[in-house]
Design a protein around this ligand. Structure first.
Ligand SMILES: [Zn+2]
Ligand SMILES: [Zn+2]
Length: 59
């Protein structure tokens, strides 16, 4: 399963490139690290845990 790399935070709309620190839940809701921390790493959409998104290699 390929991760969908969303390009902005769903909360504050800051842009997130593939090398940005971002957090996703298991349903791929995507948030910046700041918002994820504010929300105690719980996704507000599905109440799943937000985890750091792995950085994509730019090969
Ligand atoms: Zn944000
Ligand atoms: Zn979610």
């Amino acid at each position: 399963m390929a991760l969908a790399y969303k390009t902005s935070c769903e909360k504050c709309n800051i842009s997130l490139n593939t090398q940005s620190e971002a957090c996703i839940c298991s349903y791929e809701c995507t948030f910046c690290e700041t918002c994820a921390t504010e929300m105690a790493c719980i996704c507000p959409n599905c109440h799943g845990e937000l985890v750091k998104r792995p950085k994509r290699n730019m090969d």
